[in-house]
Design a protein around this ligand. Structure first.
Ligand code: 1GP
Length: 225
């Protein structure tokens, strides 16, 4: 399996918001550990495969490419890893284990478990599409987030705890507090990183940072690799 535990800088490309070849080349020249393909809908398997093909074709793209599966209908072969979001603070069981059980029922015979990694999401921006979609209880205090982090590590033994602020830059203090309580579970942070200073600041407290919107907005939070 690709060793995602060492990933520190990740770009998330949304198939619903494609970028042109020039921008894609620029982004792939950043100092990256991985590319994640994923979003909150508005795309199908055709868009996912087209994006994967563009990434694989690119001569500078040696980085692993993972598919974040938020809709079983877009599962495609050919990715190095399949990231499965489990929304820990969802108020709808479908986003905790429901969609997952349905997908496993459908794909169990062709699933390569060696490429599957679960992410325990904690969505903290109530205005994010992911929060609305998953009916997340996003208005959590630090103690609640810490309890979800401990639950992820000790009850569920999840490999990744993902603090998701998608669209807005979150609290560095909160991310640092979560870092303090996690031992084996990796801490991923995503949300509103648009500048190099923000990438460095969150990168210093989280194990990995994820950069999404900045790609389509033309920002350069990471330097060349
Ligand atoms: C989204 O966490 C990622 O799922 C990144 O967030 O798009 O705000 O960078 P941004």
């Amino acid at each position: 399996m690709v060793d995602y535990r060492h990933w520190r800088r990740i770009v998330k490309l949304d198939p619903a918001s494609p970028v042109d070849d020039v921008r894609l080349a620029e982004v792939l020249s950043w100092d990256l550990d991985a590319v994640v393909v994923g979003g909150s809908g508005g795309y199908g398997a055709a868009e996912v495969l087209a994006l994967l093909a563009r990434l694989r074709r690119h001569e500078r793209s040696q980085v692993p490419v993972a598919l974040e599966v938020s809709d079983a209908a877009v599962i495609c072969p050919g990715f190095d890893l399949y990231l499965i979001p489990m929304v820990l603070n969802s108020s709808d069981v479908a986003w905790v284990v429901g969609h997952h059980q349905a997908a496993i029922k459908r794909y169990a015979r062709v699933l390569d478990w060696g490429r599957v990694v679960v992410e325990g999401y904690c969505i903290l921006n109530p205005d994010a599409s992911a929060a609305r979609l998953s009916r997340a209880r996003a208005g959590l205090g630090v103690d609640d987030v810490l309890a979800f982090a401990l639950l992820a590590e000790h009850l569920l033994e999840l490999p990744i705890f993902y603090i998701e602020y998608s669209g807005v830059y979150g609290s560095v203090d909160l991310v640092a507090a979560v870092r303090e309580v996690l031992v084996n579970t990796r801490l991923w942070y995503g949300g509103g990183i648009r500048t190099g200073d923000q990438a460095r600041e969150m990168g210093a407290v989280a194990d990995a940072i994820l950069i999404g919107n900045a790609v389509v907005e033309g920002c350069a939070p990471l330097g060349p690799g």
